[in-house]
Design a protein around this ligand. Structure first.
Ligand SMILES: Nc1ncnc2c1ncn2[C@@H]1O[C@H](COP(=O)(O)OP(=O)(O)OP(=O)(O)O)[C@@H](O)[C@H]1O
Length: 243
């Protein structure tokens, strides 16, 4: 049996808004094996981004155990979780967050540990070649298409070969054709280097490209409680939120 990259047990996350505690996630048990490539699906507001924030250590669970790459995130403080994220997680968002005054290569170079200039440049050339941007790496983000900018953001997330790659709607701002190309590329690069990939998407067509798919309702029992309340009797939903 393969090792687990992600192990969640009894994880709860609430948000407090205007003195009211809103239960957002209760995940009794969820494991993802190392090297798995998984599309996480679900309606807007169902907690998909919150799951990624917990897995990366940006947020801390209120209760439960959360191990990623054998690291017990529930036992770490914020500074320790930040260090964990730098070493173990590549994060890709819908908006690429590239620095506009730096070239594509310089944006990625920020992620590299200190080293000889020639070696860093060779590594960058190899990576930009792999994503089809060998001739664009010295261009500014504003001179690149949205798909090219997202490919740059993918290089930035993957160049450190993190064991876990988290992607939140990574193709959400791309047109249909570019979205499929970029998602295929992300899947291929993660497979090549053995990184576990969890990608949030709304798009069923793109989710079909993944070896595995899961609806967030299958792991989050808060959502199941909300949606059954919504279907049967709308006022119950308010009570469920306040419980
Ligand atoms: N910092 C916060 N404070 C209060 N509520 C929050 C906070 N962050 C998220 N929420 C709430 O938590 C719920 C889940 O949010 P989340 O962003 O995880 O959903 P999502 O499934 O990723 O949605 P979308 O697909 O629209 O991005 C939503 O009801 C949202 O309003």
């Amino acid at each position: 049996m393969k090792k687990a990259m992600i192990e969640l047990h009894g994880v709860r996350k609430d948000f407090v808004v205007s003195d009211r505690r809103l239960p957002i996630l209760h995940i009794p048990q969820w494991n993802v094996e190392a090297g798995g490539r998984l599309a996480l699906l679900g309606p807007s507001g169902s907690g998909k981004s919150t799951v990624l924030h917990l897995l990366s250590g940006i947020l801390r669970a209120d209760r439960g155990e959360l191990r990623v790459a054998d690291t017990p995130l529930h036992e770490l403080n914020e500074a320790e979780r930040d260090r964990f994220r730098l070493r173990h997680v590549g994060y890709i968002m819908q908006d690429f967050h590239l620095i506009g005054s730096l070239t594509a290569a310089e944006n990625v170079e920020l992620m590299l540990p200190p080293g000889k200039r020639g070696e860093r440049r060779k590594l960058l050339r190899d990576w930009f070649g792999r994503v089809g941007l060998a001739d664009r790496m010295d261009h500014l983000p504003g001179q690149l298409s949205r798909g090219q900018q997202q490919r740059t953001a993918i290089v930035r997330a993957l160049i450190g070969e993190p064991p876990l790659v988290l992607a939140d709607e990574p193709t959400g701002s791309l047109d249909f054709e570019s979205a499929e190309l970029v998602m295929r590329l992300l899947l291929e690069l993660c497979a090549d280097q053995g990184s576990t990939l969890v990608a949030v998407t709304h798009d069923l067509h793109l989710a079909q490209l993944f070896p595995e798919r899961i609806g967030i309702g299958a792991i989050n029992t808060v959502l199941a409680a909300h949606s059954s309340a919504r279907q049967e009797d709308p006022p119950l939903r308010k009570e469920a939120l306040e419980a």
